[in-house]
Design a protein around this ligand. Sequence first.
Ligand code: ZN
Length: 387
Amino acid sequence: MNAIINGKIVLEGATVEGMAIRFDKKIRAITTHDRLEKGDTVIDAQGLYVLPGLVDMHIHGYLGEDASDGKPDGIRKMAAGIAKNGVTSWLPTTMTVSMAELEKAFEVIRGVKKESEKDDFDGAQILGINSEGPFINPAKKGAQAAEHILPCDPAFIDKYADLIRVFTVAPEMKGNLAAVRQIHREHPEVLISIGHTSATFDEAQKAVRAGVRHVTHLFNAQTPMMHRDPGVVGAALGDSKLTTELIADTFHVNKALFKIVSELKKDKLVLITDCTRAGGMPDGEYSLGGQPIYVKGIECRLKDGTIAGSVLKLNEAVRNLKQNVSRLPLHKAVRAASLTPAAAIGMDKVKGSIADGKDADFCFADGDMNIFRTILRGRTIYQTEVR
Ligand SMILES: [Zn+2]
């Protein structure tokens, strides 16, 4: 058995000191140091925070690679790269590309997902796919390619129901509401997300009645909240059935709103990165969904200035939320990047928090959320010196 000692352990409801975690592939006990056993292999956390492994449910790319490329090595490189940011589980996220490219990308991700479930995989585990599009509204396409947008197709979801954990839909488009109803009935395990949408407040509420339970990057590529016209944002903030994604890079959404969103959504807030292939790379020109994007600092844009994904890392998102929401306890900021996304995709029995019987997925972080070690199912997959 392994044991982590000398860490500030971030549990679901509190951060505790003076405790130890005993684990093999699973977490076996959260206990006191004097209850460790002779044969235990001790890992000294050196006073760092011990967090649950982070879960990124919306990430397109990293280190020059993109989940839509259909390249197994690219997916492996992303998995290894994001492990350095404390991520132990993720959903490679595809965009609106041609159906042929999409299906190829899905098959490639299916293959690497199986690899990532094995003990010798050096990267974050793939839990499935987030299919962002192609069932969106061209009027709110953001950086997605208009020519590949399609009406929502229950047969497509049916074909990949073992793989797709979440997909985005614009419910106001012709036929899409009926499709949502059918998919929710046939595959209640698939999370349906409203996004890239011009839906009104009423249309958004109808979509929730049809089975929508999630909101793709709140505020971005959807109808805003106006006082006489509450829009998708109003529906998202007002309905506790909806988990709500936030790109907390301080650029996609002004940081002054983090506190409002955090206080309204409580345990239904999900931090995502929406990261593109420019993530972890120097400033310059990259591509997203077949279009050129220009990256400078924390900003990614198309040529016309449209915001096009991010270069955010999930550990930075936790730091940004914590820093900009006064009196937010660390365990709540962490939950938004671990337990809440795990629960949204139905994986919270095994992933998302430090609790007995769950997978032994951890990362060690300092107070600024710099990551020093990442452990997946009991095995260290990333480690760097504590300075
Ligand atoms: Zn996205």
